[in-house]
Design a protein around this ligand. Structure first.
Ligand code: NAP
Length: 314
C-alpha cells in the first residue's frame, strides 16, 4: 500500500498538519515515536497557547490535538523512522516497529531536542524547577532566584527575558569567554538583575522534596566545589534537530536544521515538506510550530493535487 502522506512526528507541527490533511480527506498516516507529543509533554502548564485563558497542561494540549486529527480520519502508528529513501517516488521509510512504508509525500516534523547537562538530579527535576524553555516556564518563578546555564545567544536572551520575573538571574557558563554575539552579551551585562558565575562547570542539581536547593558547580580556576542557591534552573545549551535519520538526503544548514524554501514548508525534494522545530531555530514555540504544520499540510495538499492532475493529463 502507498499512503498519500506520511507525517513523521507528533508535536504541535505534525499534529496540526494531520488535522488539516485529515480534514481534507487525505487520510494521513502519522508515525509517532516512543515518546509521542514532542517537547510540550515535558513541560507542565502552557499559558501562552491562544484559546486557553486558564492555561492547559502540555500533555493535555497534545492529546487534544491528537484526538482532533483522529476524529477527521488520521491514522496513528507507533515506530521510529530509521532511514528514508527519497531518491524515487513513492518515497520509502524504514520504520523500526512497522517495517517498510511507502508514501507519495512526506511531512517531517520530528522537532529538535533541547540539550541537557546530563548531571545527577537534572532529569528527576524536569518540570519541578528544571526547564529548557524560559518562554514556557519563566512565569512560574516570579520573585524567585533563577540560574541560567549556557554562554550562547540563547542563554543571554533567556537570562534577560527571565529578569522580568526573577528577583535575580545567575548566568553560569563553563568558560570565561562567552560564545554569544557582542550585542546579546552587552544586553545581558547591562541588566543589573543578572549576576555572573563564569568558568564554572555544573556537576549536580541539588533538590529537596520541596523544590530545588541549588546547582553544584566546580570553580574551574580554584578546582573547588560551590553550591549556587536557586529556585529554578534553565538549561540553555543549545538544541539538536532530529534529522539524523535523513541520511543526508535533505538539505540541512550547518547546525543540522532542515532548510525550507522561505515562506513555504518545501524542502529540496519535491513532495517532502518540513515544519516545526526541525526547520526553525529561531522561534521554537508551540504556536509557531502549529502554524508551520498548517503550512506544510496546505503545501502538501497542493503538491498531491498537482501530481494527480499531471497523471490525469498524461
Ligand atoms: P550555542 O550557540 O551552541 O551555545 C551553547 C552554549 O552552551 C555554549 O556557550 C556552550 O559552551 C554551552 N554548552 C554546550 N554544552 C554544554 C555542556 N554540556 N555544559 C555546559 N555548557 C554547555 O547555542 P544557542 O545559544 O542555543 O544558539 C544556537 C544558535 O541560535 C546560534 O547560532 C545563535 O546565534 C542563534 N540564536 C540567536 C538568537 C538571537 O540572535 N536573538 C537567540 C538565540 C539563538 P561553550 O561556549 O563552552 O561551547
Amino acid at each position: 500500500m502507498t499512503y498519500k502522506t506520511i507525517i513523521i512526528g507528533t508535536g504541535p507541527a505534525g499534529l496540526t498538519s494531520a488535522i488539516y490533511l485529515a480534514r481534507a480527506n487525505m487520510e494521513p498516516l502519522v508515525i509517532e515515536g516512543w515518546q509521542p507529543g514532542g517537547q510540550l509533554t515535558t513541560t507542565t502548564e502552557v499559558e501562552n497557547f491562544p484559546g486557553f485563558p486558564e492555561g492547559i497542561l502540555g500533555s493535555e494540549l497534545m492529546s487534544n490535538m491528537r484526538k482532533q486529527a483522529q476524529k477527521f480520519g488520521a491514522t496513528f502508528k507507533t515506530g521510529s523512522v530509521k532511514s528514508v529513501d527519497f531518491s524515487k517516488r513513492p518515497y520509502t521509510l524504514e520504520v523500526e516497529g512497522l517495517g517498510r512504508l511507502q508514501a507519495d509525500s512526506v511531512i517531517i516534523s520530528t522537532g529538535a531536542s533541547a540539550k541537557y547537562l546530563n548531571i545527577p538530579g537534572e532529569q528527576d527535576n524536569i518540570g519541578r524547577g528544571v526547564s529548557t524553555c524560559a518562554t514556557c516556564d519563566g512565569f512560574f518563578f516570579r520573585g524567585k532566584k533563577i540560574i541560567v546555564v549556557g554562554g550562547g545567544d540563547s542563554a543571554m536572551e533567556e537570562a534577560v527575558f527571565l529578569t522580568r520575573f526573577a528577583s535575580e538571574v545567575r548566568l553560569v557558563h563553563r568558560r570565561e569567554e562567552l560564545r554569544a554575539s557582542k550585542i546579546m552579551q552587552d544586553r545581558a551585562r547591562a541588566n543589573d538583575k543578572i549576576v555572573w558565575s563564569l568558568n564554572r562547570t555544573p556537576v549536580e542539581v541539588v533538590a529537596t522534596g520541596m523544590g530545588l536547593q541549588g546547582l553544584k558547580v566546580i570553580n574551574n580556576e580554584s578546582g573547588e566545589e560551590e553550591l549556587l542557591e536557586t529556585d529554578g534552573l534553565f538549561v540553555t545549551i543549545g538544541h539538536t534537530p532530529n534529522t539524523g535519520f535523513l541520511g543526508g538526503q535533505i538539505q540541512l544548514d550547518e547546525q543540522g536544521y532542515i532548510i525550507v524554501k522561505p515562506g513555504t514548508s518545501e524542502t529540496n525534494i519535491p513532495g517532502v515538506f518540513a515544519c516545526g522545530d526541525v526547520q526553525d531555530r529561531q522561534y521554537r514555540q508551540a504556536i509557531t510550530a502549529a502554524g508551520s504544520g498548517c503550512m506544510a499540510a496546505l503545501d502538501c495538499e497542493r503538491y498531491l493535487e498537482a501530481q494527480e492532475h499531471a497523471a490525469a493529463t498524461v
